[in-house]
Design a protein around this ligand. Structure first.
Ligand SMILES: [Mn+2]
Length: 274
């Protein structure tokens, strides 16, 4: 009956399967996946099929690459060759996979476990009720008939500051960016999308989002992925960075929430090349 939290899989299906075995994943467990199931790694189609098939015991959030796949499918964004998502787009079950994917949320909250998960994190400007409402609004538009229009308007770095007064696509763009792309913030909570350095090298005016004072209740843990350069390190207690860059030759990480035990699987090709 364990809750197993796994970082960004990014098409690394073989490592995902090996990690489930290593963590003794069984039919009574719940898997929490931080999103970015697809792109970069070689087997995105296999990952999507597995997650959809086992969705009754999986809690998933969408990442920026999952949203990009939806955009390519909807015809509003270009396919990057390095993403290896062609297999998905030409698969016989493509429509079913995509329609299932766009029903997935941007946040998972378990009030008994006191655990929250989002792909990049939770905006420091949001309390829990606001985060829930914002995630709900993206889910509503993604599951509507106008979802291609939303995806077309989704790209861009602004607005970078949350306000209750934001409206329409500006509001939806801020929400999507905070949940799926955020790394650094200014002291006042404004988002930055330009700095790619690790926290030691970043300008002092920028702080990782999780180092700012939070409005989320202190007794809740937060799990997130997206930021492979952290390599799982440098977060405060009860904040878990789970993307350890498997698709970049790093590892796929699983955290068993009950006893905080970690399981890891190295990228298979990186292992072979060693
Ligand atoms: Mn990501």
């Amino acid at each position: 009956m364990a809750n197993l939290l796994i970082g960004d899989i990014h098409g690394c299906y073989d490592e995902f399967m090996q990690l489930l075995e290593k963590a003794s994943f069984s039919s009574s467990d719940t898997l929490w996946l931080t999103g970015d199931l697809v792109a970069r790694g070689p087997k995105s189609l296999e990952v999507l099929r597995f997650v959809k098939l086992n969705s009754a015991q999986i809690r998933l959030v969408l990442g920026n690459h999952d949203l990009h796949l939806l955009s390519v499918y909807a015809g509003v964004a270009a396919d990057h060759k390095k993403d290896h998502i062609k297999q998905i787009l030409s698969a016989p079950d493509c429509d079913e996979l995509i329609n299932w994917l766009r029903e997935q949320p941007l946040i998972q909250i378990d009030d008994d476990l006191k655990l929250i998960m989002a792909h990049a994190g939770i905006s420091p400007q949001w309390d829990l009720a606001t985060a829930k409402k914002c995630a709900y609004d993206i889910n509503a538009v993604l599951t509507s008939d106008i979802y291609p229009l939303f995806l077309d308007k989704m790209y861009g770095n602004f607005p970078d500051y949350w306000s209750e007064d934001l409206q329409g696509f500006d509001r939806l763009r801020y929400i999507t960016n905070a949940f799926t792309r955020m790394r650094y913030c200014y002291e006042d909570g404004r988002l930055d999308f330009y700095c790619k350095d690790s926290p030691e090298k970043a300008p002092s005016k920028l702080k990782p989002w999780f180092m700012l004072p939070r409005k989320i209740p202190q007794d809740y843990s937060i799990a997130f992925g997206h930021w492979a350069a952290l390599n799982g390190k440098g977060t405060p207690d009860h904040i878990y960075a789970l993307d350890t860059g498997c698709c970049w030759g790093g590892k796929l990480t699983c955290l068993r929430f009950e006893d905080k035990k970690y399981f890891r699987k190295r990228n298979i090709e990186a292992k072979l090349n060693k």
